[in-house]
Design a protein. Structure first.
Length: 198
């Protein structure tokens, strides 16, 4: 019952989220926005091994699990009943807090969120980390903001630090961007995003 309800919510939020960042009817430019005309033209002549490799590409959940640093995130997704959604066709963009990010929350916060009676709150927090569509870092920074599946707004900006700069979401550092999966993208973040309502 929860999965059906959440799926409807995601489909509705997907349309709203894509419209909010100007992506309705046009996919985001994955991989930094550069044109890859050669690979597009070669679709019909792909070698069998290339097709097989594409079929074996991991989804959001499998990619996070393989990384080994998102165990708390995956446990939370399981407790919230969102694993099937994250494994759906998508595409979805996940801002994934590491285990260290969850460990930095106030003592007892994680255990509290994982309790069955706090499932609704957990769902709100986790879906706040997801944006409908495949939104790469370049597109996100150019748009400046996007609506999350939870409904709250995510704000993107770049901060300069001497000779380098950092991509940020709601003031949180994005430590790694544009990790490709079969059903979307993962951006790794250094802290857990908390919706204002929470």
């Amino acid at each position: 019952m929860m999965t059906t309800k959440m799926t409807k919510t995601w489909l509705f939020a997907g349309a709203m989220g894509l419209a909010a960042i100007g992506l309705t009817g046009a996919p985001a430019l994955a991989g930094g926005g550069s044109c890859n005309c050669a690979s597009t033209m070669a679709d019909k002549s792909e070698k069998p091994e290339a097709v097989e490799k594409k079929e074996k590409e991991k989804d959001l959940v499998e990619t996070a699990a393989a990384a080994g640093s998102f165990k708390t995130l995956l446990a939370a997704a399981e407790a919230a009943g969102l694993v099937d959604v994250l494994k759906s066709e998508g595409p979805l963009t996940l801002f994934a807090p590491t285990d260290k990010a969850f460990a930095a929350l106030p003592e007892g916060k994680i255990d509290s969120l994982l309790k069955p009676e706090n499932k609704d709150q957990l769902v709100k927090i986790l879906t706040y980390h997801v944006v409908p569509g495949k939104v790469d870092a370049k597109t996100a920074m150019a748009a400046g903001k996007a609506n999350s599946v939870q409904g709250g707004e995510l704000v993107f900006k770049t901060e300069s630090h001497g000779d380098h700069s950092h991509a940020m979401v709601n003031g949180v550092n994005i430590s790694k961007t544009d990790i490709k999966t079969s059903n979307g993208l993962i951006h790794v973040i250094d802290a857990v995003l908390i919706p204002e309502s929470e």
